[in-house]
Design a protein around this ligand. Structure first.
Ligand code: TXA
Ligand code: MG
Length: 329
């Protein structure tokens, strides 16, 4: 299959209208969209990604009025969250409408709904004219794509179209909030921090820590967000280790000469000034390290507050997926 790259939301939407898929930018990461009411098109999304069939997709809408077509958003909590945070980097898990194909929700009776804030995403969704089912536009298990080039890296030849747009300002995926339970609970930390959610809904619960219980969000069972390089979490910026191709991302400047006398310097460094910049650059940096053939990526840990909670969630998953055990340098 030939994959075209376009700047036209209308052209990308024409693929969705024809029952095909199209990747599109959002303020979090790129998504891979299909008409949510076309089961065959939705199956193509799973195929292109190599995504396990038990992992549900998020329905993306252009405006609040469209939510009603896929979900029941009438509960007080859901309405408050939608009014306060839509459009934005948040997904609300709501009771599903019966006519949404089961392929979208992997058989669940709930559905995740998100209304992106990104301009090109909005134009694309408006032109599609209905809810668009979309996961992140990466091969299953890889870090989510934050550039159109990263989409091509994973899906070139497997999807017909990539809509190119302004770079995602958040860089990590949306916060997923289960509004179908009482009290509501965060299933995945993301672009909207817990502290902000609590201002609107004080009773909201943070993500569960105990992995013994079957996660309510099926995606959290699967290997996720992992580069090929080993990921090691460090408290302090280390000196470059001798004899390996290593990357470092963090707020502090990394050491120069290794105390081990290596005389090496870092080749792959991403020094970030704020947690927001860390979030924005993390996945792209992981991909750059992979492209450079890095063996290991050292990631400096951050305070798990604000967007830091989502950063630490992704870092821990990436570190455990690559079986890193170091917690300091
Ligand atoms: O920011 C984002 O959310 C991006 C952009 C493209 O919108 N999308 C995204 O989709 O990250 P995906 O499929 O990669 O992750 C969606 C997460 C998965 O962990 C999935 O299991 C969970 O949301 N999810 C979706 N529907 C759900 C449901 N009905 N109940 C519980 N969890 C659900
Ligand atoms: Mg994903």
């Amino acid at each position: 299959m030939n994959t075209i790259v376009t700047d036209s939301p209308e052209e990308a939407a024409s693929f969705v209208a024809a029952g095909e898929t199209a990747a599109f930018p959002t303020e979090t990461v790129y998504g891979l969209g299909a008409d949510a009411f076309n089961a065959e098109a939705v199956r193509r999304v799973f195929e292109a990604k190599g995504r396990p069939a038990d992992n549900p997709l998020i329905a993306h809408v252009a405006d609040i009025g469209e939510i009603d077509r896929v979900a029941d958003c009438s509960s007080g909590v859901a309405r408050r969250l939608a009014e306060r945070f839509f459009p934005g980097p948040i997904t609300l898990v709501l009771p599903k409408r019966p006519d949404v194909p089961l392929e979208v929700t992997a058989g669940l009776d709930t559905i995740g709904v998100r209304m992106p804030r990104h301009k090109a995403a909005q134009a694309f969704l408006r032109t599609c004219g209905g809810p668009v089912a979309a996961p992140s536009a990466n091969r299953s298990g890889r870090p989510s794509p934050t550039t159109w080039q990263a989409v091509l890296e994973d899906l070139n030849g497997r999807i017909p179209c990539v809509l190119r747009g302004e770079r995602p300002v958040v860089g990590l995926e949306s916060t997923v909030v289960d509004c179908s339970t009482n009290p509501p609970r965060i299933l995945r930390a993301g672009g909207v921090p817990l502290e902000a959610l609590r201002e609107a809904v004080p009773e909201i619960q943070g993500p569960r820590r105990d992995s013994a219980e079957a996660p309510r969000s099926p995606g959290l069972r699967h290997r996720h967000y992992a580069p090929r390089a080993r990921v090691a979490l460090v408290e302090q910026a280390p000196a470059p280790p001798p004899g390996s191709v290593a990357g470092y991302i963090g707020m502090d400047a990394p050491g120069k000469d290794g105390q081990r006398g290596s005389g090496q310097d870092w080749r792959l460094v991403e020094r970030v000034a704020t947690p927001e910049e860390y979030a924005r650059r993390l996945f792209d940096f992981m991909r750059r390290c992979d492209a450079a053939g890095a063996d290991v990526i050292y990631c400096q840990i951050v305070e798990p507050t604000g967007v830091g909670a989502a950063i630490m969630d992704r870092l821990r998953r990436a570190a455990s997926a690559t079986e890193a055990t170091e917690t300091t340098n």
